[in-house]
Unconditional design. Structure first.
Length: 22
C-alpha cells in the first residue's frame, strides 16, 4: 500500500493536534 507524503503529513499533523488538545 502506497502512502502519499502529503497524506502522511496530514495524518501526523492530525494526530499531534488530537494528542495536544487532550
Amino acid at each position: 500500500m502506497e502512502v502519499n507524503l502529503e497524506d502522511k503529513y496530514k495524518l501526523e499533523k492530525g494526530i499531534r493536534f488530537l494528542t495536544g488538545t487532550q
